[in-house]
Every structure is written in C-alpha cells, then in structure tokens.
Design a protein around this ligand. Structure first.
Ligand SMILES: Cc1ncc(C[n+]2csc(CCOP(=O)(O)OP(=O)(O)O)c2C)c(N)n1
Ligand SMILES: [Mg+2]
Length: 331
C-alpha cells in the first residue's frame, strides 16, 4: 500500500482534524450509497452521478479552503458539496426534491447550492464552471475582498472543452484568484482519457496560459489537502490563477446505469482496494493515531447521520405549484 508522505508533521498531532477528514469522506461515501438506493426506490427524479472512489478530492480540497471561499461543483458534485460543508439534511431533502432542500427542490443532485458555505452551485454543463469561476474571481478582485478565492472543479473530459481553455486564458490575463481543480478520474463517460486527449499530462496545460500547476495523488486525502493549501497560498501571493490536478479513479459507474464494458473488473477491483477511505484507515491505524475500533465508531456515527437525514428528508413537504416561479431570475 502506498505511503503518505506528509510534509507538515504537526498535522499528525491534530487528531480532531484527521477524524474530521475521515468522517467527511465516510459521509460522502455513505450519502452516495444511500442516495443511490433511494434512486432505485423511484424516490429521486432526474439522474445521479456518484463519486465513490473519489472521496478524497472533494473533502481534501475543501479542507484547504475557508468557509468564505467560493466553490463550484460538477455534475459529480455530492462529495464536493459535502466537503465544503453543506448541511446533510438539506442536501438529502434536495435529492428527494423537497421544498426545504438546498434549492427548494428545484435543483436536485446536479445543482446543489449553498451560498452560506460559499457553494455557488453545481453544474450539469461539462466545462460550464470555467466561465462562472472567472465571474466569481472578477467579483472578488473588483471588490478587493482580501483572502478569498474561487475553486472550480472540472474533469479530465471537461479539460478539452473550449469554455475551460478560454477561462484559463482569461483568468490568467485578468489575474483572477481562481483555482482550477481538475479531478482526473481516467474517464469521460465510457471514454478513456488517452482516447480523447493527446497529452494526458494535464499539468502542462497551465504552461500554455502562463501559470503554475500543482499535482497530487487524489486518493490520498492529506496530500490533496496539503497541495490545495499550497496552491491557495500561491494564488493569494501571486495574484493569479493556478491549476491543481488531482489523480483519482471513479469506482462507481458513470451515472445511474453503467455496464462497465469499457473497463475490466480487475481494474475496478484494484482501485476499490486502493480507495481513499481504505488507504486513510490503514494510515491512521498503522501510525497508531486511531484504532480500527475507533474508525469503525466513526463509520457508525456517519451511518446514523445519514439515516437521520433520510428520515428528515422524507418528512419534508413537496414544493407547491404557487412557488414555481420563485427564485427564477431569467424572463
Ligand atoms: C457540454 C456538455 N457536453 C456533454 C455532456 C454529457 N456528459 C455528462 S458527464 C460527461 C463526461 C464528463 O467527463 P469528465 O469531465 O471527465 O467528468 P467525470 O464524469 O469523469 O467526473 C459528459 C460528456 C454534458 N453534460 N455537457
Ligand atoms: Mg473524468
């Protein structure tokens, strides 16, 4: 099993923080397993994209951001939103389309929004986060807001979208405080990255636009955290954007249905065995920071939180037709 090369050794003394990282990754994983189960029961409208296998990216990234930093999530954004601190009951209510959900039941899985926690929204348009991140970055800059950045997630598939490439250029020209967070999970739907991209060394993209790239093992939550922290400091000091490449793997299917014909069972099994949660558990236990029993207790706490959230969400009211046009800004 790969080791954890932690730069800031004081992190290892901070048990509260390490527990928070573990419980949050478990929260993402369990939330998704149960949300998918609800989907199977016919209780969820629309579609759903799970990030099982990628838990360290959403959680590790947001652990390095402040509450006020902006974050833009993708269609695979449950872990990104939960990582940034959205209330789990409100998010479950949104998944079930209830009036008290984060988007009053009008958004669902792909549009979780929570301005109080800096979550400007998730986006079903692949690559759509780039231009929005430029807008958010420009607003921070024009208002001279100190110590705030905007982090925009996008995938390896989205990296070839014109909107992303144009946004990287614009953010660089205008020196905007934007972190472009590329979660490279190896595939865009059923297309392996090498079939869609000539050079899969994505960090090199930043060279073309004149800014710095950071890269990390996206299945190592502490490495993700330390890398994004360093990248964020760089943005604050250098006054311009950065690219952060997080190398990970999606063990869940692309969407609600996926017969996995584009990859082997062995490949999926390898990554299931090297999942961020399994690796972090081994790290914590091997280094005698927590016992296996203590980690099991964390999972039990999370299980209860999720079951409570389901019960809460199911008891929430459905939206009413009279509110159809509320919160709709375009005419
Ligand atoms: C502009 C646009 N084109 C195509 C789609 C259909 N689509 C949804 S997810 C997806 C794959 C995106 O791959 P990637 O960016 O790697 O993200 P991942 O799904 O791997 O997290 C595609 C093509 C879309 N939603 N938006
Ligand atoms: Mg991908």
């Amino acid at each position: 099993m790969e080791g954890f090369n932690v730069k800031d050794k004081s992190l290892l003394e901070n048990k509260e923080f390490l527990q928070e990282l573990m419980e949050r990754m478990m929260l993402v994983h369990t939330f998704e397993e149960r949300a998918f189960w609800l989907f199977g029961q016919g209780l969820v409208h629309g579609t759903m994209h799970l990030s099982i296998g990628e838990e360290a990216t959403g959680v590790g990234t947001s652990a390095a951001l402040t509450k006020d930093d902006y974050m833009l999530a993708t269609h695979r954004g449950h872990g990104q939103a939960l990582g940034k601190g959205v209330n789990v009951n409100d998010m479950m209510a949104e998944i079930l389309g209830r009036a008290t959900g984060t988007n009053h039941g009008k958004g669902g899985s792909m549009h979780i929004c929570d301005f109080d926690n800096g979550i400007l929204g998730a986006n079903g348009i692949v690559g759509g986060n780039g231009p929005i991140a430029c807008g958010a970055g420009l607003s921070i800059k024009m208002q001279n807001i100190p110590n705030r950045v905007c982090a925009a997630f996008f995938g390896d598939g989205a990296s070839n979208e014109g909107a992303i490439l144009e946004s990287m250029n614009l953010a660089s020209v205008w020196e905007l405080p934007v972190l472009f967070i590329l979660t490279d999970n190896g595939y865009g739907m059923s297309t392996a990255k090498a079939k869609a991209t000539k050079t899969v060394d994505f960090g090199k993209r930043a060279d073309a636009f004149g800014f710095k790239a950071f890269e990390c093992d996206g299945n190592n939550v502490l490495e993700v955290y330390e890398t994004v922290k360093e990248a964020r400091e760089y943005v604050m000091n250098e006054h311009g954007p950065v690219l952060v490449v997080e190398n990970t793997y999606r063990t869940s299917g692309h969407s609600k249905s996926d017969n996995n014909k584009y990859r082997s069972k062995e490949e999926i099994k390898y990554w299931e065995d090297h999942s961020p949660i399994i690796r972090f558990r081994e790290f914590l236990v091997e280094n005698k920071i927590f016992t296996n029993e203590e980690v099991d207790a964390m999972q039990a706490t999370v299980d209860k939180k999720i079951e409570d959230a389901i019960e809460y969400a199911k008891a929430q009211p459905q939206p009413v037709v009279a509110d159809l046009e509320a919160d709709v800004y375009a005419e």
